[in-house]
Design a protein around this ligand. Sequence first.
Ligand code: NIG
Ligand code: FE
Length: 430
Amino acid sequence: MPELTAVVRDAAEVVVGPPEDGAGGTEGGGSDDATEPLIRRENAAVAVVDGRVAAVGPSDEVTREYPPENAEYAVDAAGKSVIPGFVDSHTHALFAGDRSDEFEAKLRGKTYQEIMAEGGGILRTVAATRAADDDALLSNLLGHLDVMLAHGTTTAEVKSGYGLDTETELRMLEAIDRANDRHPVDVVPTFMGAHAVPPDVDAAEYAEEVVSEQLPAVETQGIAEFCDVFCEEGAFTVEQSRRVLEAGIEAGLAPKIHADEFANLGGSRLAADLGATSADHLLRSTDEDIDALVEAGVVPVLLPGTAFALGAGYADAGAFLDRGAPVAVATDFNPNCYSQNMGFAVSLACVGMRMTPARALVAATRNGALALDREESLGTLREGAAADLLVLDAPSYVHLPYNFAVNAVETVLKGGEVVHAKDGSEATHG
Ligand code: NIG
Ligand code: FE
């Protein structure tokens, strides 16, 4: 017997997602700007059967067909808005140690790369992560996932890359896998052995170690889904990055790349060449790079929180959007960019990168799912999609970026089950 998992009723608005063809246009009313790529329903309800969206429509019609009293979870969303759960497609949420002193040093004028060259930054987190035992790694990650969930993230990519040796890289992936089993947030594991060059090794030599030692062990372990590389001055060249990502593809890991963040080495061209799932950061990409990424169907993942934390300029989202690219926005949560809050990333996308609230929301949901190869089931509230959804304490989704740096998320449903409620209360059981 199919089970009526949840009914969320009487919402002031339900944001379903972008239209199927991805082009502009608004179906079903709710927006007076026909260029906004968003389907919104007013006075609406969502019914969830067996964890998937069964119906979205006028509240009276949906509740007649799916009586809330028969549902496991009945949520009254009167005066509130409902949006898809956030898909945070770029995080380094698993780490040990504290780098708050670097925050101060950066405010006094030190650059991220100066700190990195002095053995701080990533390498400092590597030392702390290597020293942490398995339980500490797991509990650190679970703690961060709790904060992410409370801010509406229902799926998060998490990268390894603070081990830089086979043993610790495997331990990180193992912790990611264990967290995935224990936490309502779905965690997508990415192997990033080529995140930095460990001390006293040459980059080329270390890239070879990633290829010949780490990747075969990661393949045997069978947890990682993506392989990522930091293609940057002071990290890995385009050739080294290519070598690692090609070996990753052979090991069954789809490529991602940190490209054009501080310097443009040609990382986005490499992403286009390899048909990478995503290319991330992209602050220094040229028009030709952007053309190549769009042509190759690589999802551009923009990380406005990083620019904010570094006090640097933002990526040129408009250059991607003008070409019809499915721009994704993610937190890049890491010890250098310390925010788990996707709602704030959406605010920064609007104010810092001049994205409309509609485009920023799609970037944080459907396009995040695209960047993780999960667009079939995640990132929208279409019929048949996984019922990962947020009830916002606001009458429209626009309040989410508008009321910046405040958590608008009241209730989080994952697969139709209430997994977080702001006041700690459970939704009424039918
Ligand atoms: O995406 N740029 C490389 N990796 C991270 C930073 C990681 C760190 O500083 O610990 C990023 O911003
Ligand atoms: Fe990153």
